[in-house]
Design a protein around this ligand. Sequence first.
Ligand code: ADP
Length: 824
Amino acid sequence: MTQTQAVPLPFLNNGSEISALIRSKDWSQHPLGSPDGWPAHLRMAVSLMLNSQFPMFVWWGPELYTLYNDAYRPIAGDKHPALLGQSGREGWAEIWPVLNPLVESVFRGNSTWSADQVLYMNRHGFVEETYFTFSYSPITDDSGSVIGLHCACIETTEKVLAVRKLEESERNLRNTILQSPVAMCILKGPSYKVEIANSRMYALWGRGADQLLHRPIFDGLPEARHQGLEELLERVYRNGETVTARERAVQLPREDSVETLYLNFVYEPFREGDGSVSGVLAVAFDVTEQVAARKKVEKSEQQVRAMVESAPFPIGVFVGRDMRITLANQSLMNAWGKGGDVIGKRYAEVLPELEGSGIYEQLDKVFTTGRPYRARNQRVELQVEGELRPFFFNYDFTPLFDTEGQVYGVMNTAADVTDLNEAKLKVEQSERNFRSMILQAPVAMCILLGPDHVVDIANELMIGLWGKPPEQVLNKPIFEGLPDAREQGLEALLAGVLQTGIPFTANERPVELVRNGQKETVYQNFVYEPYRDADGQILGVLAISIDVTPQVLARQKIEEIVVQRTRELAHSNEALHKSNEELIRTNNNLEEFAYAASHDMKEPIRKIHFFSDLLKGELEAQLNDRQKQLFNRMEQASKRMGTLVDDLLAYSHASKGMLQEEPIDLNQKIKVVLEDLELEIQQKNAVVTAGPLPTIKGNRRQIQQLFQNLISNALKYSKPDVPPEVHIRAQKVLGADMQPSLTQAEAGREYHFIEVRDNGIGFPQADAERIFHVFTRLHGNAEYRGTGVGLSIVRKVVNNHGGIIWAESEPGQGSAFKILLPVV
Ligand code: ADP
């Protein structure tokens, strides 16, 4: 073994790690031998190498003994330090197949250059993919033969792998973009050229790759310009910001129009390996439908809200068991009278005055059970403007359910019926007043309701009139409680008033009643008035009655006495025959007196009329309305007095009996009468017809009066809106055929039957006899003027002519006046 290192070798003395190693290495057994014996070319190459900072090695001789520098050490990996002096072939056996051809080429005198050459090295105990850029150059001896190889190399593994990674990530990005379920693209450079875009993005743009790919986006898609997108892209491209947009409205082409789409999108800087921004990565999501749907919901929500807000009745929503107010419209806040600051508060907090009213409990029950609560006309006391006031509400508590079917709150709707209630109370009050008025009235009064005329209320006087215990009549149909009043024409009267609403008035009407167990005829003046509700609907009949039985009975008594006296007179005619002359004179005197009185009264009446007229004319200008009215009334009264006197004159004339008799052609007579009544006929649009009439024997003036009275009544008692029709006809009959009440003698006689028939208001058959009495009137003077004398004259005239007269009628059905005059 030779001890080396006797002399320090200057080429191995540069202070590097490897030079020290070479020096210290035992080269004695190595074919190269000790460094001091190395050929000058080798020493030169090693010296050069050791002084370089660049990774280098030398392969020396055909065996390719390896020498390298410090910079190469990391490349050698675990092969160091064994690699030092080792044959390259052995040291790099795993990659030799790649290197060998190069090495051989070098030994043939060539230099090589390999860039990023992949080498699968095993330098750390495993096979590793490495990349190197290196050059081999031959080392030649003085004769030019290649004796070694010099290599400068640099490992590019990291760079290559980085590049590959970059490529891969770019590929991945491309794939990601292309396969992405959302629209994506990369816009490159300051003009935003479409570098790549997936089909969704093209669909979003509304334009294909043929028009957009590799073109500046705003060139291919001018529709997208000037919507602020340029600025957004700029921020990303210039400043490296990330821009996010939500539901941004963007106009984009669709078929042949431009539409507004709503997009969520992100613009991100697209960076190069060196971190510089080279473009914009855009990810977009079309949310047009969602936005439209939401807008629709929002709109309908808004509509509902607006509806609720403006609803004219209170609406509120209280949520949770503690009834927090989440909605209260103006109407509700008005009703509560607590101002507008109620939202978010608890119901009990806003309406503490309801404590103890049971309303909290109602709400809680609705919340617990999920069943609605409904109150009608409920009195609720609310604190309004610091004062506890009563209100009346119709209100509903309706449970509100969430999607899981759980109650989450209660909706409150209500209607303030306070006014209604007050009105109702007022109506009730006035109804009460009315009723107490009826009960206290000094005349008999009652109300009969509905078609059955149920006795709703009747005062004591009325019950007394009926002569029945109150419990028998009250609250029952009148004809049930008072069956004895049936079939006397009253049913029709009541029904008529109920139906037509026209009041009915009766004077001295006889009604048969069983009073206190006895059948009696009572005479009544009564009014049936329609009884209406607030809407004017007829509910029943208000009857006011005055019992005039005593008066009527008294008068009847007098009449009876008169009749009796007359009869007695007639019977004792014989007896009186002697004083007949005197009697006639007396009688005549009386009649004459009446006649003269009436006649004489005519003059003063005319004067009253004349002078008052004169006075009125002179005073006219100074008179106030009231005074004028007084004048009018004076005139009316004197006029009426005039007619009364005329009627009385006619009556007394008729009372004189038959004065002169002569044949009278009734056809002629009627003609004259109709001429007299012409004005009235015209005014009332009346139709009067007369059949062929006979010639009779009688008093001209009286017969004229008879027809005058009958026809003028027929015209006068007409229905307000029906033109009067009057038919006069005559026929020869046998007395018995027409009137069963005639005596035997009369029944067999021949008569002229004359009828005057009208279509007027008629009257109850029960009154058919009474109307022939002097001063008897069935109809009020307000509607139908008259004196009640006309028909008594008519009867007198008929009697004077040895005939009889009777009337047939029914209310509303017209009347017929029938006369029998003996044929002579
Ligand atoms: P007046 O002057 O009242 O008409 P009358 O003696 O002529 O007096 O008639 C008596 C009453 O008989 C009248 O008030 C009226 O109620 C009734 N009356 C008479 N004629 C008719 C008729 N054609 N239709 C209905 N009622 C009549």
